[in-house]
Design a protein around this ligand. Structure first.
Ligand code: WQD
Length: 381
């Protein structure tokens, strides 16, 4: 980042070197936005920045258009002095040039949050509160929050697809698909872990901030199960440490890093007995953020809104494995074991609110996600 005053407009992306953050930063560049990534590298690698640049250049070389600006500030988003410096370096005529913020930076390991809740509440909640205060001081009030289907808690256990109105915050002026206004707080019943609670409490805090000051436009995007990677094969999922999510574990079995997949439960109330999830291609998920940003910057009313980002259809663990086997043309050894604590049998989205209000819906298939992963692995080999 150059020390001179920069009067271009930017989108600030915290956690922008993470799995979803990096794919969203890439899609922001493709959509013509300048991007500032803030990432402290605690769960990512600096090389991801170069991967985003390479994937963006591949795209822009094809289109002959110039790639927008991408900057990296490798600081922790809770470092107030650093963030104040960043904002001041992107201010001209006493107005901030940061026109929107997408906040991914958070800890997200469910099991770790059970062992170390204060680490999660400090980073995901205290950090959020201080960050919102700082942004508010500078008049930066277009905010997109990375939330999760985990806020539906045990409601997922009904085996019904989940609607946004299944979890509405007290201060949220919510009109469901039927147009009926709802005020009562739902959800949070049966959220099984501190990580999930940080997402629910984070949404509640944001709903209250928006209700207190109508100049805020805040959207919480509730992700279902993001999988896959950019079609270029240049940008993949590259977490630090051992993954716990299904598809990265399946990839470890494919690459020989792990002997076999343990399938957590084969006695769920589902057609093949294994659990069902709404697996959404990470590029579709990233494009859901672009649609939200465009809606925020151009049309959306003030206030707080939530949207499910999912495909609306579910696949079982066994179906994921067999799809990956048929695409990769390799057998993936698995064994049926007991259920994992905190899991639910089925968690699938109703995503028609995002289709209606954001003009966004998923376009990529499970097969596309498996193909893109195999493409990424082939390029890494
Ligand atoms: C998917 C299915 C497992 C691993 C979690 C978080 C959620 C969100 C997404 C952050 C389940 C089964 C998994 C394995 C298995 N994270 N599985 N063997 O649990 O739906 O959601 O990630 O926002 O908050 O809770 O995703 O990928 O861990 O599991 O059988 O080795 O795969 O039991 O049914 P989950 P997951």
């Amino acid at each position: 980042h150059s020390p001179s005053i920069d009067d271009l407009q930017y989108i600030l992306v915290t956690g922008g070197l993470g799995f979803i953050g990096s794919h969203t930063s890439l899609e922001l560049l493709k959509a013509g936005y300048n991007v500032i990534i803030v990432d402290d590298l605690s769960n990512s690698f600096r090389s991801v920045f170069d991967r985003i640049v390479a994937a963006a250049n591949l795209h822009f070389n094809k289109t002959g258009r110039e790639c927008p600006i991408l900057k990296l500030w490798d600081v922790n988003y809770q470092n107030e002095a650093a963030m104040r410096g960043l904002i001041q370096a992107h201010t001209s005529n006493w107005r901030s040039n940061i026109v929107g913020v997408i906040h991914f930076a958070a800890f997200k390991a469910v099991e770790e949050s059970i062992r170390n809740p204060l680490k999660y509440y400090r980073n995901n909640i205290s950090g959020l509160i201080d960050f919102l205060s700082l942004l508010g001081d500078f008049g930066i009030k277009n905010f997109i929050f990375s939330s999760s289907a985990t806020v539906y808690g045990s409601l997922a256990d009904r085996g019904l697809p989940l609607r946004e109105e299944d979890c509405v915050h007290q201060s949220e002026n919510f009109h469901g698909a039927d147009g009926v206004e709802r005020q009562a707080v739902q959800g949070c019943k049966g959220i099984t872990n501190p990580y999930g609670r940080t997402k629910f409490f984070g949404e509640a805090i944001l709903a209250d901030v928006a209700a207190s000051d109508p100049s805020w436009k805040i959207t919480a995007l509730r992700y279902f199960n993001p999988i896959g990677c950019d079609v270029s094969g240049l940008l993949g999922e590259d977490p630090r440490g051992t993954p716990s999510n299904l598809v990265p574990v399946v990839v470890e079995v494919m690459t020989g890093q792990r002997k076999e997949l343990s399938v957590f439960g084969s006695d769920w109330n589902t057609p093949d007995g294994t659990a069902i999830r709404d697996f959404i291609h990470v590029t579709d998920l990233a494009r859901g953020h672009i649609a939200t940003l465009s809606n925020t910057l151009n049309t959306s009313p003030a206030g707080f809104r939530t949207y499910n980002l999912g495909t609306g259809s579910g696949f079982s663990v066994t179906e994921i494995v067999s799809t990956m086997e048929s695409v990769a043309k390799v057998p993936i050894s698995k064994k049926m074991v007991g259920r994992r604590a905190g899991d639910v049998g089925s968690c699938v989205a109703v995503a028609d609110r995002a289709a209606r209000e954001l003009n966004w819906k998923t376009e990529k298939t499970l097969k596309d996600a498996c193909t893109d992963i195999c493409n990424f692995l082939a390029l890494q080999a």
